[in-house]
Design a binder for this molecule. Sequence first.
Ligand code: IPE
Ligand code: IPE
Ligand code: MG
Length: 294
Amino acid sequence: MSFIREGELTFIERFFANILKAGPMPKHVAFIMDGNRRYAQKCHVERQEGHSQGFEKLAETLRWCLNLGIREVTVYAFSIENFKRSKEEVDGLMDLARQKFSRLLEEQCFLNVCFAYTSRHEICNAVREMAWGVEQGLLEPSDVSESLLEKCLYTSNSPDPDLLIRTSGEVRLSDFLLWQTSHSCLVFQSVLWPEYSFWNLCEAILRYQMNSSALQKARASYMDERKRQQMAKDQAYVRKKLQQEGTASHEDPVHQQNLLQQYTAMREERIQAFLQALEQKRVDFLDRLCTASA
Ligand code: IPE
Ligand code: IPE
Ligand code: MG
């Protein structure tokens, strides 16, 4: 039997899930699963047991998400900062991750696991990748934009989370998805992660629903502004180029429009070639990593 799908919702949970589903539902939910050690202390069990129950809770939460029609989940399982914990704790977490994630990932294609991750490291890496693209002659410095940076993030294949939930009462992001959550609904809940319940998840979704129209509006207005800025940048480039040419045609709007189209098409081609090269670079890196650890 599947690790996640075992067990259905109770009648009352199903009833409430159907009511929730009548409203706007988040398509992508991110979790900062926090509070395992406090839970262990509270229940007088070993720290490793707290982490183990945290992993079990993830399996249960994924089942709830599936039942609620949430197709994509991203979890913060281990931050780069967490390497500073004792060797015993880090080793224990690595063992748990090996055992539990391989099982979860085999069966669910909608789970993104952020392990040994921090958002600033991810953003910095994206900037480095763009610099590499310029160095290789694949990109022009003027191709660097928010939209391109986003495509260099590890999350480029996923839509931004609609809802981000942090448990354990801490009200900070601890360097998680800083770029991707600027238009997400952030919900901080006091429950410790291993005690997370279906009702806690429903409460977070309700909060998303109460704010969803404001979030959609903010996201749409940001996207419009981004497009407007790119267009203004392209037009300025074309005007400058025409002035440099000093030809009589630089006042001709049809000529200007043609040049603008050519310029944007060439930029798009450069970006596609760069993204393909980047993908290949990442595949090669992973291959080398797998060969080295085999
Ligand atoms: C979250 O729980 C799990 C990881 C960071 C791996 P913690 O281990 O941070 O537990 P608390 O927050 O100290 O209770
Ligand atoms: C953040 O939790 C990372 C994970 C939940 C994996 P931490 O408990 O490590 O974060 P801080 O140190 O309290 O900010
Ligand atoms: Mg913590």
